[in-house]
Design a protein around this ligand. Structure first.
Ligand SMILES: [Zn+2]
Length: 89
């Protein structure tokens, strides 16, 4: 079992070593994502351990907004069109 303290140490170091034996001879796979979580398979070539690094959304940066006018929600229009044909119900 990997202790909580060891996991903490691993996360603090940015996952740059094997969580089991401490070797730097590790290889990470592609990052996969689903919803607000992402993960990456990692394996150690020295001891053969495998684990998943887990990533979470922690912020946003480099936001590029469109140059055209932002779209205004058409809530009022929907209500008006519904009131226009009360007899068709
Ligand atoms: Zn290892």
């Amino acid at each position: 079992m990997i202790s909580r303290a060891k996991k903490k140490e691993y996360i603090k170091a940015g996952g740059s070593f094997c969580i089991n034996c401490g070797s730097g001879n590790i290889s990470a796979g592609k990052i996969e994502a689903e919803g607000r979580e992402a993960w990456q398979e990692v394996q150690c070539y020295d001891c053969g351990s495998e684990w998943n690094d887990i990533f979470r959304l922690i912020g946003v940066d480099d936001i590029i907004l469109p140059e055209n006018e932002p779209k205004i929600p058409q809530v009022r229009g929907d209500k008006e069109s519904a009131d226009e044909h009360p007899e068709t119900a």
